[in-house]
Design a protein around this ligand. Structure first.
Ligand SMILES: Nc1ncnc2c1ncn2[C@@H]1O[C@H](COP(=O)(O)OP(=O)(O)OP(=O)(O)O)[C@@H](O)[C@H]1O
Length: 273
């Protein structure tokens, strides 16, 4: 079994001093401005290593923006944002993070294997052809697409295309996987299979997964949750603790309870001004 949760090596291949127990992600006062608006407003949170953290909240609350900041592709980010012990966007993080955007990024006129081979070559141009082919076979097995390896990506179903995107992100055995709504539009069986795969990746490899969704029932499948609303974190807890704390039966009910609580607090603040 391989452990993908190692800290960046220091001298002699040892973890760099002070990084051994750092969380996968640490944000303090994280703020992002897009256009004229503050889209993320002074977020403080940590994401522990080796677990699945769900990032949940309604459409437009800032989930994708937060993910883009974490992988280092978002402009106008202020505050502290450390990822795997380095500042977000640091060059050394490139091969340590896998990122899947909402739109599957695969070439329709290439086969599944050709797509993966192409991305593997970009990821590490120094890799030998044999190593590259080995990596491609590994990720094809991971996402259960070996039998479709020679199919044109353009002829795949939506779920299969999502799995090709996930396979691309798994090349290079990332320590952190950032998945933006990976199950959107998939049927219940595929969604279940993908969640089983996410759990296997976390359990077998010690990888950290940050997965966004606006489907609240998926929250129950996560070890921890970051609940977002209007660019702020409403809660950062386990599903069990959230339900207990709010007296709700489901995470969805707990979320609605917290929204009502936050709205009431905002109204009180207004009236006491
Ligand atoms: N290029 C942009 N310029 C200005 N504002 C933007 C831009 N892209 C997104 N926004 C705004 O930023 C906010 C957060 O968007 P974001 O895509 O992060 O939300 P989200 O929670 O991921 O939504 P969804 O679940 O629909 O994908 C939204 O209000 C959106 O309108």
């Amino acid at each position: 079994m391989m452990n993908y949760a190692a800290d960046p090596p220091g001298a002699g291949g040892q973890p760099a001093p002070g990084t051994l127990r750092t969380p996968a992600i640490r944000a303090e006062g994280l703020t992002v401005v897009r256009g004229p608006r503050k889209v993320l407003r002074a977020l403080d949170f940590t994401v522990p290593r080796g677990q699945i953290t769900g990032l949940l909240g309604p459409s437009g609350c800032g989930k994708s923006t937060l993910m883009r900041a974490i992988v280092g592709t978002q402009a106008k980010v202020t505050g502290t944002l450390d990822v795997l012990g380095r500042p977000a966007g640091h060059r050394s993080l490139r091969t340590r993070i896998g990122y899947v955007t909402q739109a599957p990024s695969v070439y329709d006129d290439l086969t599944v294997r050709q797509n993966l081979d192409y991305f593997a070559a970009i990821l590490d141009p120094r890799h030998t052809t044999a190593d590259r082919h080995h990596d491609v076979d590994r990720v094809l097995t991971d996402v259960d697409l070996t039998s479709h390896a020679d199919a044109l990506a353009g002829n795949l179903s939506g779920g299969q295309r999502s799995r090709v995107s996930l396979a691309v992100a798994l090349l290079g055995t990332p320590e952190l996987l950032v998945l933006d709504e990976p199950t959107v539009g998939l049927d219940p069986v595929l969604r279940r299979d993908l969640w089983n795969l996410f759990h296997a990746i976390a359990a077998d490899r010690g990888a950290t997964l940050l997965i966004s969704s606006h489907v609240m029932d998926e929250a129950e499948r996560c070890h921890r949750l970051l609940l977002m609303r209007e660019g702020q974190i409403l809660a950062d807890d386990t599903p069990d603790a959230l339900r207990t704390r709010t007296g709700a039966e489901t995470v969805e009910a707990a979320f609605l309870h917290l929204v009502d609580e936050a709205s009431a607090a905002a109204r009180n603040k207004e009236t006491t001004r």
